[in-house]
Ligand binder design. Sequence first.
Ligand code: PLP
Length: 465
Amino acid sequence: MSDFDIKQLVAQRLGENYELHEKYINSTLVKVFRTIKFDRVYAKAKGAYLWDKDGNRYLDMLSGFGVFGAGRNHPLTAQVIRDVLDLDLPNMVQMDCAFLAGLFAEALIKKCPPHLDAVFFCNSGTESVEAALKFARAATGRSKIAYLDHGWHGLTLGSLTIMGNDEFREGFGDMLPGHRVPYGDLEALEKTLSKNDIACLAIECVQGKGVRIPPDGYLEATQQICRKHGTLLFCDEVQTGLGRTGKMFSFQHWNLEPDIITVSKAFSGGYVPVGAMITRRAIYQKVFNRMDRCWVHSTTFGRNNLAMACGLAALHILDTENLIERSAVQGQKLMDAVNALKSKHEVILEARGKGCMIGIEFHQPKSLGLKLAWKAVHAAHDGLFAQMVVMPLLDKHHILTQVSGNHGDIIRILPPFIISDEDIAYFVKSLDTVLEDSHQVTGPMWELGKNLVKAALANKAGKQQ
Ligand SMILES: Cc1ncc(COP(=O)(O)O)c(C=O)c1O
């Protein structure tokens, strides 16, 4: 027997998290978590909940950025992983065709429209996007990629090329050849694609940053323009796939026929990372077009047994627990309940989204005192009001949410689809209570705002040094 005991290690050292990260990993992130009082030590997770070291329960309204649609630590996926380990299967032999990868590919393709019939497996969302960009370039012989404002596709260099949020590119030098298209502007899209030199247009049908819903007819017209100019339509379903928006894939809300899609996040079950790019066989074969090119795009850990087993389990759970419909129903209940608060809290602009992919946006209130307080915090940093909501939601009400991006006062809500009616009611009541505090300009909420302003100004000063 080995003297390495992971359970003992966890029991002995849990709680050192932030010190360890400060010393060995990302000390800046630690500083941010401490500033916004998110420096909790979570010790356990199940379904829609997290528990901290002291046994306090938290409602998880983020699902690990969209990973845990079926809830955390799903018992079936855990059992499937144990079963695969018990089987002592050969894993990553590489010089063979792995069995579980074949089974998962078959199951995945069954969930896709018939024209999407070939899969490439990898290990993360951004890797699946990298595959999409390479396959589009190989299939069209064009090297430029078009993408939309505010789009988000990951942070490796190819994905960063199609990043629609500038702050993430700052400091990283030149990107691949790409063309950014203003969101919602079909004329600009037509102009960009008109030279017939763009390999693909990358879109998220529901954008994750800010949870943007496209204007009526926009996506359908976008697809038409792509077709006209021989540009492939690439729908990134890394976040929106597997039921997050209340359909298997978000492009199905608009009956689109994308040439390439990417998936990841929820297929992992939250246990083993997995990514996949799915496309037409004709596009696929343009990459693997000769026997000496059979490995021209590949990755060591793609197709590994545990990832494939998690993907199979994720699809099974989605069907047997009727999770796609549940995502649509519970998400709509949540949005309706938050929108019903608008009459009470003028600061709420709207709750919007599809299924369990929801953004709650705030805007400047009309009443004089609140308007001045709002302006004062926004002079220091966009989005500070949303931060002033997210912090007490965690601190006082034990609900985990997040501010969506650097611009605009938007809270991102990605609950697990299994969220109960009681938990939706608890979330809405808690939001109501937090916003009630915002009516008092001299109350604790705006005091918190002042402290955040001080921290933001200190950060700006630090940047200028
Ligand atoms: C739409 C979309 N594409 C790609 C990615 C990148 O995925 P990963 O973080 O696994 O690299 C994300 C991550 O949030 C995403 O939301």
